[in-house]
Design a protein around this ligand. Structure first.
Ligand code: TLP
Length: 343
């Protein structure tokens, strides 16, 4: 089913590949990547690892698969995975940690801090004994999607990671939008990740690639992760065709600042509409509370779709608007005007 949304703010995943990306795909040098023979994938993995300051990286079909490979690589059946209550891995990955890795998840409510405090980490980690399973991974998220694209500063990540490391528990970051965090905080992504053990980031979100995510970490971790990717059915062959647009996507980091500025304007305009409440966003995600309009999020999202504006519902009374590469300032102003007509 094709979309009639001419201003599609449902997600930053909806971008279509640029001409440069299509050309790169058409001209990519390829080989069988399961034999590690694809020069374009190899180059993407090298550049991606460099971009996040890790030793090695693995190209995976999606962010979900990248996160789930990290969980499976780090855990054994019956272990515990410590994570945040509103994290993507916990809420939106179909319980994959349980079904694919057989782990028990232990959610912590970090509130607006988005990352558990060191005290919460110490308290949340269980040491293996006769009765208790033992924690083998802490997962964090940056930016934090559900909490409005919040960009988590380095000191908060480092504090949680240090607490986990005291128990020899490694730390994975779901950095689907790590470069949005880096741009918003004006620090290199590698600084934000300097004290964690692995990161997944998406090429297919704000960076604009049609498909693909990267999992990065130590060389030994990525070797293990490569086997798990195969196990999960993610071993790809002449993947250079899709990795080539991914290489173009790595050039789109700095321009994320435009998406953040557009999101700020969008939030301001929506917040001015009586009945809507839209706090100032830190990155490209605007979470709007619609309760005072008398509509539920479902009704509001449907009304937005009727005027060609795509949004997604988050909760009973909250909807998410996301800016991206295919949305310019004029689209933002038009979206605000159209939403004003339906409230
Ligand atoms: N999130 C999607 C939806 O699933 C909600 C979106 O439109 O934002 N981590 C985070 C923080 C994410 O937001 C997402 C995608 C993923 C992982 C999964 O990535 P994909 O969709 O590539 O599997």
């Amino acid at each position: 089913m094709e979309s009639d949304l001419d201003i599609d703010l449902r997600s930053d995943t909806v971008t279509t590949p640029s001409e440069a990306m299509r050309e790169a795909a058409a001209n990519a040098d390829v080989g069988d990547d399961v034999y590690r023979d694809d020069p374009t994938v190899n180059e993407l993995e090298r550049r991606a690892a460099e971009a996040v300051g890790m030793e090695a990286a693995l190209y995976v079909p999606s962010g979900t698969m990248g996160n789930q490979i990290a969980v499976r690589t780090r855990t054994d059946h019956g272990d515990e995975l410590l994570l945040e209550r509103e994290s993507h891995i916990y809420r939106w990955e179909l319980g994959g940690a349980a079904t694919l890795s057989g782990v028990q998840t232990r959610p912590v409510d970090a509130g607006d801090r988005c990352v558990p405090t060191p005290e919460q980490v110490h308290e949340g980690i269980t040491e293996r004994d006769l009765h208790r399973p033992g924690t083998s991974l802490l997962a964090l998220e940056n930016t934090h999607n559900y909490r409005g694209g919040a960009a988590i500063p380095k000191d908060r990540i480092d504090a949680a990671a240090a607490a986990a490391h005291e128990h020899d528990v490694p730390v994975h970051v779901d950095g689907a939008r790590i470069f949005n965090a880096a741009v918003a905080l004006d620090v290199p992504a590698s600084d934000l990740l300097a004290n964690v053990d692995s990161v997944m980031f998406c090429l297919s979100k704000g960076l604009g690639a049609p498909v693909g995510s990267m999992l990065a970490g130590s060389t030994a971790f990525i070797e293990d992760a490569r086997r798990v990717r195969k196990l999960f059915g993610g071993g790809m062959r002449q993947a250079g065709v899709i990795a080539a647009p991914g290489l173009c996507a790595l050039e789109n980091v700095d321009r994320l600042a435009d998406d953040h500025a557009n999101a700020a304007r969008l939030a301001e305009g929506l917040d001015d509409i009586p009945g809507l409440s839209a706090p100032e966003p830190e990155t490209n995600i605007v979470v709007v509370n619609v309760e005072r309009t008398g509509d539920t999020a479902t009704e509001f999202a449907r009304a937005c779709a009727d005027v060609g504006v795509g949004v997604v519902e988050f909760d009973q009374y909250t909807v998410r608007f996301t800016t991206h590469l295919d949305i310019d300032r004029e689209d933002v102003e038009t979206a605000i005007d159209r939403v004003a007509t339906i409230v």
